[in-house]
Design a binder for this molecule. Structure first.
Ligand code: HPA
Length: 235
């Protein structure tokens, strides 16, 4: 048991998928895993362990934003010995080259969060994905005929940005940032701290230039395809 997870020692696999939404964790467990067992219901933040192609894997909801996400990631690594963590989430497209429904891999995650800048006393740390996982994901995506867009993403503390003087994302666009979400920089920071491997895979659910949104049913389909790609990294 840890502070936010009620799993007994050994109940969580060393490879964990991390959706923000706990109901997505349930959906992955019920549809993509075999013999999945729920190990956590504290705060309704569902976690399951099951099997994917014979490999024992877990899927754990984390909530939204760096603070919530980092609580679960920290406990998974420190209290349960997790070695590989794959965030599976949605993001908003920031630049024209990225379209809704695209599959994005964040090889790095910039952030406006004070969590990273404070950790480094104002100096800049570059939260980075595991090269091994990124390479394997790129290979597996190619084999599955998936067009993976790879680059820097923004992990923002805010979903609703206040735009007093125009475009609050302009400087990120100017520096080729593909998409915005709210967790991955925290995941990469902790992976670096504890010497484990992490990767963020995201589907573009909405676009901040065009204002497009992917309808819910279609979002689920894209999410399942991406979750299968994430699970293929365990095999
Ligand atoms: N902003 C932040 N996170 C997101 C978005 C967004 O527009 N879309 C999906 N996750």
């Amino acid at each position: 048991m840890s502070i936010h997870l009620e799993a007994k020692p050994g109940e969580i696999a060393d490879f964990v998928l991390l959706p923000g939404d706990p109901l997505r964790a349930k959906h992955i467990a019920e549809n993509l895993l075999e013999n999945a067992v729920c190990y956590n219901n504290v705060r309704g933040m569902l976690g399951f362990t099951g099997y994917y192609q014979g490999r024992r894997v877990s899927v754990q909801g984390t909530g939204m934003g760096l603070p919530s996400h980092m609580i679960y990631v920290n406990e998974l690594i420190v209290d349960y010995g997790v070695k590989t963590l794959i965030r599976v989430g949605t993001c908003g497209g920031l630049i024209e080259e990225i379209k809704v429904r695209d599959l994005v891999m964040g090889i790095s995650a910039s952030t406006d969060s004070a969590i990273v800048s404070k950790t480094f006393s104002g100096m800049t740390f570059a939260p980075t994905a595991s090269f091994r996982l990124a390479q394997k994901a790129a290979e597996n995506a190619k084999n599955r005929g998936l067009d993976l867009k790879v680059g820097n993403i923004l992990s923002s503390d805010l979903f609703y940005h206040e735009t007093v003087n125009g475009d609050s994302y302009a400087v990120w666009r100017r520096h080729s940032t593909l998409a915005v979400e709210m967790e991955s920089a925290g995941l990469y920071l902790l992976a670096a701290r504890f010497g484990v491997e992490a990767l963020a895979l995201l589907t573009v659910s909405d676009h901040l230039i065009t204002g497009e949104h992917v309808p819910a049913e279609e979002r689920q389909l894209n999410f399942t395809q991406m979750s299968e790609l994430a699970l293929s990294l365990a095999v």
